[in-house]
Design a protein. Structure first.
Length: 184
């Protein structure tokens, strides 16, 4: 039986930081199962789900803590496998949003989702220069789990209304993982 460990790591961006983090994890027979890694500002940031045998957990935790000497801040938290059954019957959709950047866009959309018991599985946001003008353009992509009582049509209409209020374009689509078919 393996234990699940949520690992976050932040440090000044430099070549080799991913390799070093992966080496520490692998040294203890642990497996890096799921992860998201990126550079934000000048900092490298990673969040990862690692599995390891209980016997090797203490040494892994010790080695991860020792990365502070190399100016990599690591936090860990024991967790358990995701309980997918609590979202049985939910529909999976992708929400994409683009528009002029301003404060409050994520708050408005995420509050709507929360108030309708819609679970955010993943979300990415970024600022990109708009074509031709170079003006900052806010982009958001999210994968959400929607209760079966909320129709695609209703969700699409309400998200579009929110988009109009925020002066952004919102697109809703069925989310299809590779190898799966999803109907709307």
């Amino acid at each position: 039986m393996k234990e699940h460990l949520l690992v976050t790591a932040v440090g000044e961006d430099r070549p080799g930081i991913v390799s070093h983090l992966a080496e520490v994890i692998t040294r203890h027979g642990a497996n890096l199962e799921d992860s998201r890694m990126t550079v934000l500002g000048g900092e490298f940031a990673a969040i990862a789900l690692v599995t390891v045998t209980p016997a090797k957990m203490p040494e892994l935790l010790k080695d991860l803590e020792s990365l502070a000497k190399e100016k990599i801040s690591v936090t860990t938290r024991k967790t358990k496998p995701s309980d997918e059954s609590r979202f049985k019957g939910y529909n999976t959709y992708q929400v994409s949003l683009t528009g002029a950047d301003h404060e409050g866009i994520v708050h408005k959309i995420s509050s709507y989702l929360k108030n309708h018991n819609i679970n955010i599985q993943s979300m990415e946001t970024e600022l990109v220069p708009a074509p031709e003008t170079g003006t900052p353009l806010f982009c958001m992509n999210a994968i959400v789990l929607v209760p079966p009582e909320i129709s695609f049509k209703k969700l699409n209409e309400e998200l579009n209304a929110l988009g109009q209020e925020e002066a952004v374009e919102v697109d809703l689509a069925a989310y299809i993982e590779s190898g799966q078919e999803v109907g709307v």
